[in-house]
Design a protein around this ligand. Structure first.
Ligand code: ADP
Length: 676
């Protein structure tokens, strides 16, 4: 049997599960995508807001410096000292403020713009400071603050320490713009300036002060602290802030792989173009130094509106990626669990649905193997239940049909057997009839031959006899030849007898019909047999005493038949034995059976066919006419002559009709013939 590639159960399971699996998978993918992109979008939004906060902190710092400078400029001591041109009086005031407010620069200038006192570098005065724009504005009575770039020389004027602090080695950074600079000495400074107003309300000078951002991480750390509140992920700060001078990190808490602040590294070219060239914000994922960050940049402008750097905040992407991974894992686990559950449920349902089908399959197999009366229990009322009911009905119907066919077959076989038996019977009859015909023809031919031979022999024999008798009469009694003549006479008599018998055999005599009592006839024959052949050692058993049916026929011919058969039986037992003669009448069949049984040598199988042929004999002195003549007589009386033989037992059975009225009545082809 061809095995189904996929079982119904598997197909049901797949059919139920596959759409479910696809739906769950689809939902999971969409869910993961939405959640992940939401997480990313929210992170971007947050970093955008963080940048705003960072800018606020940055501006607050500028505002603070501005307030410090304004308050210092407005102090009475400052005005008085400037009025009097007293440098020494300015020194304690400005130095105190510088230290107290942790400024890097706090310098007073007179109305001509010359430096009166530098708290950061008291020895350098009398020059004109380079952040002249701020000084001019202050001398014009304006308060101003912002981010400015001071060159190395300007920083050196404000103090050697500042130049040192501002000097940064440029680190080669991949993805950054190409730059020939190896060392940066310019500094980004948060600067503020304010006018110093004298006692009569006129401006007597100006004060400017500021903080150098190069290498000063206080501001970026403050931004990180305020905005990100020190959130960490696996020992690393999640939030970072950086201040760029142009594209150079001058103040940052982004760390290098070795754990150092990444000062001196540079901005990527992409961000550079967007933020520094196009003066736009940049909010996106960015690879910063050694990791991916959700990043936001915005340009830092100086007081003239020129881009001098940028402010950056960024959040490490890894915590968000971890969340995204977690979400993906949850969805994956859900998908797996859902699929397993679906598999179990649909497997269970599939098993339940396919069980009756398998049962049905088994029953079909059993039915095909020849088992009958198989019925499936109809439990469900669904299509499978209907199928089972249909199957039951079908097997019942098939069984009934088979039974019918079997009956028909039996009848047919019976009829065939009957017909065959009839045919065989008829065939046998035909064979017998043919044999009989052949035999009859043979008998007739032999009869004619015998008649001819008898006729031709008679005359010469008569002459021989006459001459022999003459010779006997003429010879004297003492003649020694007389004995030979006597022998000739006896043998001539014998030949004459044979010739007579042959003539008898050939002659066509009318039957002398009459009722012949069977018992006395058989008695008579058995009495006479002893005269013809010696019966020494032979026991004669008669089994016909009680019944003595009368046979309608030619008494003499019937006598000849029984005599021949009894003589044959006796001759078959030269060493003695038992001769049994039985007779039985069957009134129903209107038939009488006479059996002559001997315990002699039996008839060999190969002779069986020939014993009824004329002149067939196995005896030296026999003529082979006894049985053929008997056969002819019995047949002539409408009867049958049958023989059965085996070594030690031979039965000849003569079956004659009781009321003999056969078609052959009156015809008697054979004369009396008793041969031994
Ligand atoms: P005959 O007696 O002259 O031989 P039959 O026609 O009477 O001629 O018998 C033919 C042959 O049938 C016999 O030669 C013998 O071989 C065989 N035969 C007949 N009757 C018997 C018998 N009762 N037992 C054995 N052989 C028999």
């Amino acid at each position: 049997m061809r095995m189904p590639a996929i079982s119904i159960r598997l197909r049901l399971t797949l059919g139920a599960l596959l759409p479910l699996f696809v739906a769950i998978l689809f939902c999971s993918l969409i869910g993961v995508y939405i959640i992940n992109s939401q997480i990313a979008a929210q992170a971007q939004d947050k970093v955008r807001t963080d940048l705003n906060s960072a800018r606020e902190v940055y501006l607050n710092e500028i505002a603070h410096i501005r307030d410090v400078v304004r308050l210092s400029a407005n102090s009475l001591n400052a005005a008085k000292a400037m009025d009097n041109g007293d440098r020494a009086a300015l020194a304690p005031l400005l130095l105190t403020q510088l230290r107290h407010e942790q400024l890097d620069i706090l310098t007073a200038v007179d109305l001509r713009g010359r430096v009166i006192y530098r708290a950061g570098n008291p020895s350098a005065f009398g020059d004109k400071p380079l952040p002249g724009r701020l000084v001019s504005r202050a001398l014009a009575g304006e308060l101003s603050a912002g981010s400015e770039i001071l060159s190395g020389a300007e920083l050196a004027m404000e103090g050697e320490r500042l130049l040192k602090q501002a000097t940064i080695q440029v680190v080669a950074t991949p993805r950054a713009k190409t730059s020939l600079k190896v060392v940066e000495q310019s500094g980004m400074v948060l600067l503020a300036s304010a006018p110093i107003t004298g006692s009569r309300g006129r401006i007597v000078g100006a004060l400017y002060g500021g903080v150098l951002l190069n290498g000063n991480n206080a501001l970026v750390d403050k931004i990180k602290r305020i905005v990100y509140e020190g959130i960490r992920f696996k020992g690393e700060d999640v939030g970072t802030a950086t201040i760029f001078l142009n594209d150079l990190r001058i103040s940052t808490n982004v760390q290098t792989a070795s754990g150092q602040r990444a000062i001196g590294t540079r901005l990527s070219a992409e961000v550079y173009d967007r933020v520094l060239v196009r003066k736009e914000k940049w909010v996106d994922r960015a690879f910063v130094v050694k990791d991916w960050y959700f990043s936001a940049y915005e340009p830092i402008l100086d007081l003239s509106g020129k881009v001098i750097g940028s402010l950056y905040v960024g959040m490490l992407e890894r915590p968000y990626a971890a969340v995204q991974r977690k979400v993906t894992c949850y969805f994956g686990a859900m998908l797996l669990l859902g699929s397993l559950l679906g598999l179990a449920v649909s497997g269970y349902i599939g098993t339940r649905l396919s069980r009756p089908i398998r049962e049905l399959q088994n029953l079909v197999k059993r039915y095909s193997a020849g088992e009958r009366g198989v019925q499936i229990a109809v439990t469900a009322e669904d299509e499978i239940g209907e199928l089972a009911a249909e199957f039951n009905a079908m097997t019942r119907e098939l069984t009934a049909q088979e039974e019918e066919i079997r009956c028909l077959n039996r009848d047919l076989e019976l009829k065939v057997r009957e017909r065959t038996a009839e045919l065989e019977e008829k065939n046998l009859l035909l064979i017998k009839t043919r044999e009989e015909l052949v035999r009859a023809e043979k008998l007739a031919a032999v009869g004619e031959l015998a008649a001819g031979v008898a006729h031709e022999i008679n005359n010469p024999m008569a002459i021989i006899r006459g001459n022999a008798e003459l010779l006997r009469m003429e010879l004297p009694p003492e003649d020694p030849s007389l004995e030979e003549v006597e022998i000739i006479c006896r043998q001539v008599s014998r030949v004459e007898r044979i010739v007579a018998k042959l003539s008898h055999f050939a002659s066509r005599e009318q039957k002398q019909l009459g009722l012949t009592p069977l018992g006395p006839l058989l008695d008579e024959i058995l009495g006479q047999v002893g005269h013809q052949v010696p019966l020494q050692g032979i026991t004669v058993v008669k089994r016909y005493r009680e019944l003595s049916p009368e046979l309608m026929g030619d008494g003499e011919q019937l006598r000849q038949v029984f005599t021949n058969l009894i003589l044959n039986a006796v001759q078959a037992m030269p060493q003695g034995g038992e001769l049994s003669v039985a007779a039985a009448a069957d009134p129903l069949a209107d038939e009488c059976a006479v059996s002559i049984t001997d315990t002699g040598c039996g008839i060999p199988r190969e002779n069986m066919e020939q014993i009824f042929n004329p002149f067939f004999t196995t005896r030296a002195s026999g003529m082979g006419l006894g049985l053929s003549v008997s056969y002819g007589i019995v047949r002539d009386h409408g009867g049958r002559l049958e023989v059965e033989s085996e070594p030690g037992r031979t039965v000849f059975r003569v079956l004659l009709p009781l009321g003999l009225r056969g078609p052959h009545a009156g015809i008697s082809p054979q004369p009396e013939l008793l041969l031994s």
